[in-house]
Design a protein around this ligand. Structure first.
Ligand SMILES: Cc1cc2nc3c(=O)[nH]c(=O)nc-3n(C[C@H](O)[C@H](O)[C@H](O)COP(=O)(O)OP(=O)(O)OC[C@H]3O[C@@H](n4cnc5c(N)ncnc54)[C@H](O)[C@@H]3O)c2cc1C
Ligand SMILES: *[C@@H]1O[C@H](CO)[C@@H](O)[C@H](O)[C@H]1NC(C)=O
Ligand SMILES: *[C@@H]1O[C@H](CO)[C@@H](O)[C@H](O)[C@H]1NC(C)=O
Ligand SMILES: *[C@@H]1O[C@H](CO)[C@@H](O)[C@H](O)[C@H]1NC(C)=O
Ligand SMILES: *[C@@H]1O[C@H](CO)[C@@H](O)[C@H](O)[C@H]1NC(C)=O
Length: 621
C-alpha cells in the first residue's frame, strides 16, 4: 500500500530544497511530506488523555445552549449543521481535537501517514486471543480521528452505503419502518453531490444525489489492475455493479469521498462553511468528561468539559446529543453513570441507569496480507510528477489506500444470497516500514512478508458480517484514561467468523486464477508464514492459523450503544436514538448500529445524522 510513499521518500531525500515556498506548489508539498516522515520516525502513540486534565478549580459556567452536541465526527458535524439551520436554536458543538489545517491530509494516498499524528487518538485493543497474533502484544491498532471531521480526517475515503436488506432488518428489529431502505434512501441522496463518473463500472444515477454538499468521485487513477479485476469478475459470472445501488454483489470500481482528487472531510463540508451562523458555536480542544444527569428526574442537564487547563459546565435547554464515536460515546455514558450496573459499581461510579452500554462491540475484520507475484511492471513516476498531477486533480496520489481501484462484494457462504458477507479489493505494492508500523506487525512476520517475489499484488479481505462480539469498558473512573477496547475478533464459539474469512480466501484464489489474471502471470506467493510453517501448507488448518496471525481490526467499530426495543436484550437507545430511561439524551454515531452492515460505516453515520436531525425538528418545531 505504502510502497509508493517509500519511493517518494527516497526520492525526496535526494532533492531537499530548503527555500520558503507557497502552499499548493509541488515544492511546498514535498517539504511537508518530508516533515511528516521525520515525525513518524519518532512517533509514539499516546496511551491516555491526561494532557486534557484541568489544573485549575473550580468549574466555570460556560452558558446555556438549546442543543449540546458532543463530538464533531460525521454524525456530530451533520447534526450541528442541520440543527443550526433553525435560527432560534442555539447550538454548541464540543470537539476534543482541532480544525484541520494540514495540507498534506488533503492528498488521499498519504492517509496512512496521518495515523501517526495528533489527528488520531491512537487507541489499541487489549491483547486478542484469536486474531492480531502477529501484532506486537497481540494488541491491534484502533485508529480514531480527532478533530473537526472526526475519523474522516484520517480514513481511506471509500464511499459505501450498506445493503438495503441491512436497513430493512433494522426496521424489523426496531418495529419502525422509518428505518427501512425505502425510507432512508432520501438521506443518502440528500447529502450527495455525485460527479466524475467512470466508464469501467457504470453508476446507476437513480441512487445518487447531485445537489448535496458531499462530493463523490468515481473517476479514479487508471490502473491496469482495474481492468483485470473487472474482467476477472465477469469471467466468474459476476455482474459489474454500482455497489451503492440495490444490487451490491459483484465487481465494481471504488467510489471515493474526494472532490477533484482531494480529500474532503466532513468538517470541511458540514462545519467550516457555516461558522458564520450566529447560533452555532464550535468549541475545539475541549474534552468532554461527563454528562451531568439529574438522579431524581433522570434528565440530562449539562456537559462538563476541560479546555486549556480549566473545567467548564455548559447547560442544555433542550437536549444533549452524544456523537463521540463507537469507542468514546460508550466511555462518556459510563463515566456519566449510564452503563452495566456491576461494572460501574466495581469502579465506584454512581449508577444512574443500568444499561448494556459497551457490551456489544462489533468490528469488521480485515486481512491485508495475501500476497501474489506477477509480471505486471509499472514504471514509477517521480514525486514531482505525482504531486504535479495531484495539484491538477488526478493521478496516483488521488486514490486512497490502494493504487488499484477494483472492489467486489460477495456472499462467500451462500451463492444465492443478495447480501454480501465479504468485500475484496486489491493493490499493487510491496510491504513497507510505514505499513509495519501502521499495523503494528512484529519483526518476524514483517521480515517474512518482505520476502515476497517480484511485482507483488495483494488482495485484501474484509468480513462484513461478524458474529464475534466484544466490549468497551472503563479502566477506572478517570475520564482521562483510554477505555479498554476488546473486540474479541474471531472469537465466536460457532467458528463462523473464521470459516467466512477462510471462504473469502478461497474466493480470492478463484479470482486470481481467472484468465484475466493469468495474463499477468499472477501466482500465489508460496512462502509459509513462519508461525504456521509446521502445518500442511494450504490446508484449512493452515489458513486458520494464518488468519489468527494476520486478521486485524477493520477500523469499523460499531454497535456499542445499539438501537433496539427492549433493554433486556441489550438495547441502549430506542429507534429515535433516545437513551432508555434518561430524558433529553440521545446517542447518534456508529455506536447505535443494531447489526453490522455490509458496507463501510461513514455514509451510514451520515444518514443517521440527517435522519435524527429531521426527527428532532419534527419533535420540537
Ligand atoms: C484508517 C481508517 C480507515 C477507514 N476507512 C473508511 C472508509 O474508507 N470508508 C468508510 O466509510 N469508513 C472508513 N472508516 C471508518 C469511518 O471513518 C468511521 O466509522 C466513522 O468516521 C465513524 O463516525 P462517528 O461519527 O461514529 O465517529 P468519529 O468520526 O470517530 O467522530 C467522533 C468525534 O468525537 C470526538 N470525541 C471523542 N471523544 C471526545 C470527548 N471526550 N470530548 C470531545 N470530543 C470527543 C472525536 O475527536 C471525533 O472527532 C475508516 C476508519 C479508519 C480509522
Ligand atoms: C480540478 O482542479 C484543477 C486544478 O485546480 C482544475 O484545473 C480543474 O478544472 C478541476 N476540475 C474540476 C472538474 O473541477
Ligand atoms: C441463501 O440465501 C437465500 C436467499 O436469501 C436463502 O433463501 C437461503 O435460505 C440461504 N441459504 C442458507 C443456507 O442460508
Ligand atoms: C506475463 O506472463 C504471461 C503469462 O505467462 C505472458 O503471456 C506475458 O507475455 C507476460 N508479460 C510480460 C510483460 O512478461
Ligand atoms: C422486554 O423484555 C422483557 C423480558 O423479556 C419483557 O417482560 C417486557 O415486556 C419487554 N418489553 C417490551 C417493551 O417489549
Amino acid at each position: 500500500m505504502y510502497y509508493k510513499i517509500i519511493i517518494i521518500l527516497i526520492f525526496i531525500y535526494g532533492n531537499v530544497i530548503f527555500a520558503q515556498s507557497n502552499s499548493n506548489t509541488v515544492q511546498y508539498l514535498q517539504e511537508i511530506l518530508i516533515d511528516s516522515f521525520i515525525n513518524i520516525a519518532n512517533y509514539d502513540f499516546p496511551t491516555d488523555a491526561k494532557h486534557f486534565k484541568a489544573t485549575k478549580e473550580p468549574i466555570e459556567e460556560y452558558g446555556t445552549y438549546d442543543f449540546i452536541i458532543i463530538g464533531a465526527g460525521i454524525s456530530g458535524s451533520v447534526i450541528a449543521n442541520r440543527l443550526s439551520e433553525i435560527q432560534q436554536w442555539r447550538i454548541l458543538l464540543i470537539e476534543a481535537g482541532i480544525f484541520s489545517d494540514d495540507d498534506l491530509m488533503k492528498i488521499p494516498s498519504v492517509f496512512p501517514l496521518k495515523i501517526f499524528s495528533d489527528y488520531n487518538w491512537g487507541f489499541r485493543t487489549v491483547p486478542q486471543k484469536n486474531a492480531c497474533l502477529s501484532v506486537t502484544n497481540h494488541a491491534c491498532l484502533v485508529p480514531r480521528g480527532k478533530g473537526v471531521g472526526g475519523t474522516t480526517l484520517i480514513n481511506s475515503l471509500q464511499y459505501s452505503r450498506a445493503n438495503p436488506e441491512n436497513y430493512n432488518q433494522w426496521a424489523r428489529i426496531l418495529h419502525d419502518s422509518s428505518w427501512s431502505y425505502k425510507n432512508i434512501l432520501k438521506y443518502f441522496k440528500k447529502s450527495e453531490n455525485f460527479h466524475w463518473t467512470n466508464t469501467k463500472a457504470p453508476v446507476d444515477l437513480k441512487y445518487h444525489g447531485k445537489e448535496g454538499l458531499l462530493h463523490v468521485q468515481h473517476k479514479v487513477p487508471d490502473h491496469p489492475l482495474n481492468d483485470l479485476f473487472i474482467e476477472a469478475n465477469k469471467q466468474l459470472g459476476y455482474d459489474i455493479t454500482d455497489y451503492n445501488s440495490e444490487t451490491q454483489i459483484g465487481g465494481s470500481i471504488i467510489q471515493l469521498f474526494t472532490n477533484n482528487g482531494t480529500r474532503e472531510d466532513m468538517g470541511t463540508i458540514f462545519i467550516t462553511p457555516f461558522l458564520d451562523r450566529p447560533n452555532l458555536k464550535v468549541l475545539t480542544q475541549s474534552y468532554v468528561t461527563k454528562i451531568e444527569i439529574d438522579k431524581e428526574t433522570k434528565t440530562a442537564k449539562s456537559v462538563l468539559f476541560t479546555n486549556n487547563g480549566k473545567t467548564y459546565r455548559a447547560r442544555a435547554n433542550i437536549e444533549v446529543i452524544l456523537s463521540a464515536g463507537a469507542i468514546s460515546s460508550p466511555q462518556i455514558l459510563m463515566l456519566s453513570g449510564v452503563g452495566p450496573k456491576k461494572h460501574l459499581q466495581d469502579l465506584e461510579i454512581d449508577l444512574i441507569e443500568d444499561l448494556e452500554v459497551g457490551s456489544s462491540l462489533k468490528e469488521h475484520t480485515l486481512l491485508s496480507h495475501l500476497w501474489f507475484m506477477s509480471n505486471l511492471s509499472i514504471p514509477t513516476e517521480t514525486i514531482n510528477q505525482q504531486l504535479s498531477d495531484f495539484l491538477k486533480g488526478y493521478g496516483s496520489l488521488t486514490s486512497a489506500n490502494t493504487q488499484a481501484q477494483g472492489l467486489g462484494f460477495y456472499n462467500v457462504n451462500n451463492k444465492t444470497s443478495t447480501v454480501p458477507n465479504v468485500a475484496i479489493f486489491l493493490d499493487y505494492s510491496e510491504i513497507s516500514v510505514i505499513e509495519q508500523q501502521f499495523f503494528g506487525l512484529d519483526e518476524e512476520t514483517f521480515e517474512s512478508l518482505k520476502k515476497i517475489g517480484s511485482h507483488p499484488i495483494r488482495f485484501l479481505l474484509i468480513h462484513l458480517n461478524p458474529k464475534s462480539e466484544g466490549t468497551i469498558r472503563l479502566k477506572n473512573k478517570s475520564p482521562f484514561e483510554y477505555p479498554l477496547i476488546d473486540p474479541m475478533l474471531l472469537s465466536d464459539s460457532s467458528g463462523k467468523d473464521l470459516k467466512a474469512m477462510y471462504n473469502g480466501i478461497q474466493q480470492i484464489f478463484k479470482l486470481s486464477q481467472t484468465p484475466a489474471f493469468k495474463k499477468i502471470n499472477l501466482k500465489f506467493d508460496n512462502v509459509p508464514l513462519p508461525t504456521c510453517k509446521n502445518i500442511q501448507f494450504n490446508s484449512q488448518e493452515y489458513w486458520y492459523c494464518y488468519l489468527k496471525q494476520l486478521t486485524m481490526t477493520g477500523y469499523h467499530p460499531m454497535g456499542t450503544c445499539p438501537m433496539g426495543i427492549n433493554t433486556s436484550t441489550g438495547a441502549v437507545v430506542d429507534s429515535n436514538l433516545k437513551v432508555f430511561g434518561i430524558k433529553k439524551l440521545r446517542v447518534a454515531d456508529a455506536s447505535v448500529f443494531p447489526t453490522p452492515i455490509a458496507g463501510y460505516p461513514s455514509m451510514t453515520c451520515l444518514m443517521i445524522g440527517e435522519k435524527i436531525s429531521d426527527i428532532i425538528k419534527e419533535e420540537y418545531l
